[in-house]
Design a protein around this ligand. Sequence first.
Ligand SMILES: Cc1ncc(COP(=O)(O)O)c(C=O)c1O
Length: 416
Amino acid sequence: MTNFRSDFPIFSTHPDLVYLDSAATSQKPQSVIDAVTDYLTTTNSNIHRGTYSIAEQSEDLYQQSKARFAQFIGWSSEAEVIYHYNATACFNLLAQSLVKSGILTPGDSMILGVPEHHANIVPRQMIAEQYNLTIRRLPIDENYTLDRSVLLSLIDDTTKVISLSAFSNVTGDMPDLSRVRQIVGDDIFFVIDGSQILGKYPINVTTLGADVLIGTAHKMFSLTGLGMLRMQKKRITSLTPARWGGWAIAEVTRDNYELQSDIHGREAGTPNVVGAVSLLAAIDYIDSIGWVEVISQHDQELTQYALERLQALPLCAIIGSDLSSFEKSVAPWQGGGPACGRGFLRGWVISFTLDTITKNALAQHCADHQIAIRCGGHCTFPFWHDIWIDGWCRISFHAYTTPKDIDILITTLRNL
Ligand SMILES: Cc1ncc(COP(=O)(O)O)c(C=O)c1O
């Protein structure tokens, strides 16, 4: 199994670290760290306003980053990519704009998957309260997969928006979003939370017909503080700016202002240029190791291995589909098309409980052995309430995770 551990200097600093918390944030490859250091050493300057050389270089890098990201998600135009603080900020921006643009009006309904992250849920709950909207929840089936068979029954004339995660941060489920698009038709505004899938599995917004894709750079080898929102140009003008101020305006008079109509009107103030540089370098890194498919392949092999080993532990329950999903892996990858090869139903996030120990004690025991895992409800409290489990432990991988990491975890769990 290929792994890229040596590309990540954190493992030289902490050779015994067993990092199984990549769903929280990914580690950073040396090339991204170098690109950031190089930028700060040679080019650091603000963008948009300078005519001197390093300001122009910074501007160029910022735009290159967006163009590369657009290409990365199967889109051609950087003019439809907005950078914000993180995925959560993007979801907040979007929620308000759906109302302002008239896509959602009082009495309308939105569909969310049961295992959605709070970032996707809470901003919608807030607009629901403010504007008399309803949230309908797409349930999961016995395999913890979104139950598409009931999707049609949730839709009526009031349904205007559906928003689903391409990859659950709890179950590792990757619902077949192309099928969802086919079922709901073209008239419903389709939002995809790509926070956990970007950089691990191919995703193509064009073939998926997604109206919006949201992601967060720190989970794909880049710095924290950068969220990405790709939205069709015709919708961008309806976005309520999340920040008001410099650069966002076309004109300001003593008493009034006029916003820029394009994405600049949605990125007031100094953007996260260093974050953008890091994302550009991260995509270059993914390119250098053979593109996302190589990471997906690594992930599938490791997930299968980890499930085999965890399922062999006495009294261990997996919260998500188990090994049997590997035999059933026939779903097309998220809009990647045939070129991406065979699809998979679940990936590299595994949540579990052990009947012999509480989740907190288990996570602490792991921490005592330099194993980084996470316990709790993982920002999916409605899901937690639905399945009646008082939290769980979660392990998650990335390109640098090795079978040895899994072996150390299992030995530690066996010695409890
Ligand atoms: C599925 C999913 N969506 C959204 C987010 C929010 O990302 P951020 O905290 O970077 O805004 C997360 C973070 O864990 C996530 O797992």
